[in-house]
Design a protein around this ligand. Structure first.
Ligand code: PLP
Length: 366
């Protein structure tokens, strides 16, 4: 396979994304299923991913930042959009103007929103975030219950909390968080409740409440340790720009971190850490690195990942199996984002959100 462009190629399968959403929506029904599209839809491109999710049936979307919410509003005029990061001082008026909903996570944010609702003379929709064990964002359960009793100054459109450990089956914190959240939800009768991330969607019914908020599982990442991912969504192919030979004792790449143990053939790929191919995925004498598929076979990286270049040992392939201009598969054909992540000491989320700006992006379906 050759290419008419020297850039690596990232293929994003929007039909697989839609299929993954429908599969999660079926799993959590009768709860509704939203979609988390923060960080540019986990690096895949929100302008393409969000309309595909909308077409599949998603109506409620979650982003991290106000700026992301504004960008998403331009793409999806009718969607319900929540901004997870909540309110920074001075930003409240931007929300109703773009029909965005903040996720309020502290008494100060709640007070800002109540003032805005009073000024508008009507309830502007917002979510309340309750902390049940993450200790990141959210009102304490005591603050939330007190607010339910005293009145927030507006009726929340959604009550939510976030699971810290649902990716680990049977982690005791999940049941504790669920029980705390259920108790707070009981203090807000009639307000829809949302607890489940991807791992929560794949967990028990008692985690689903009224609205699920999957992210990583939509994009083909592993959500629960030990469970296979849904359909892969990304495929990354990178051109071979040189084939070289080395003799035993030669070193490859910066730091001479790996020495060849045999007469070797090396393929040089045109991508590196500037493309988000994490340096930690490289190989050394002490530790094997990630793999690339060439001529249908998995071949090991050799030496460190450079900014724009990565070397692969193709000695075990037949002579002439690989030619200059061929494409090596980095993600796809059985190498999932979590497989690559494992070689780089990270998680699929970081592999996806690191996908760089130099790739030529192709969107399939949608
Ligand atoms: C990112 C995020 C999610 C989605 O989590 P996944 O593990 O990717 O499914 C859901 N809720 C909140 C509050 C988040 O920050």
């Amino acid at each position: 396979m050759s290419t008419t462009c020297d850039a690596a190629r990232l293929t994003i399968d929007l039909d697989a994304l839609a299929k993954n959403w429908r599969s999660l929506a079926m799993r959590v029904a009768p709860a509704a299923c939203g979609a988390v599209v923060k960080a540019d839809a986990y690096g895949l491109g929100i302008a393409h991913a969000a309309p595909a999710l909308w077409k599949a049936g998603a109506r409620t979307f979650f982003v991290a930042l106000l700026a992301e919410g504004l960008a998403l509003r331009a793409v999806l005029p009718e969607a319900t959009i929540y901004v997870l990061g909540g309110l920074l001082p001075g930003t409240a008026a931007t929300y109703p103007a773009a029909r965005l909903r903040p996720v309020l996570g502290s008494p100060a944010e709640v007070a800002d929103w109540a003032a805005l609702c009073a000024a508008h003379g009507t309830d502007c929709p917002a979510a309340l975030h309750v902390d049940t064990g993450m200790n990141r964002l959210g009102l304490s359960t005591e603050e939330a219950v007190a607010l339910a009793a005293a009145g927030a100054g507006f009726t929340p459109a959604l009550l939510m909390s976030h699971l810290a450990c649902a990716d680990t089956p049977d982690h005791p914190l999940t049941a504790i968080q669920r029980a705390l959240f259920a108790a707070v939800a009981a203090a807000f009768p009639g307000v829809p409740a949302s607890l489940a991330n991807s791992a929560g969607c794949l967990g028990g019914r008692d985690l689903h409440f009224d609205l699920a908020r999957p992210g990583i599982a939509l994009y083909g990442g592993v959500a629960v340790a030990g469970q296979p991912p849904l359909q892969p969504v990304v495929r990354l192919e990178v051109p071979v720009i040189q084939l070289r030979r080395g003799v035993p004792g030669d070193s490859v790449g910066y730091g001479a971190a790996e020495r060849l143990k045999r007469a070797s053939r090396i393929a040089i790929l045109s991508f590196g850490y500037a493309d988000g191919f994490l340096r930690a995925a490289g190989s050394s004498d002490d530790r094997p690195g990630a793999q690339a598929i060439l001529a249908g076979r998995r071949c090991p990286l050799v030496g460190r990942v450079s900014m724009d270049l990565t070397a692969v040992d193709v000695t075990d392939l037949p002579e002439d199996a690989v030619a200059r201009g061929d494409m090596a598969v980095i993600l796809g054909d059985g190498i999932g984002v979590d497989d690559l992540a494992a070689h780089a000491g990270t998680i699929g989320y970081e592999i996806l959100t690191s996908l760089g700006p130099r790739y030529r992006r192709l969107y399939l379906g949608g």
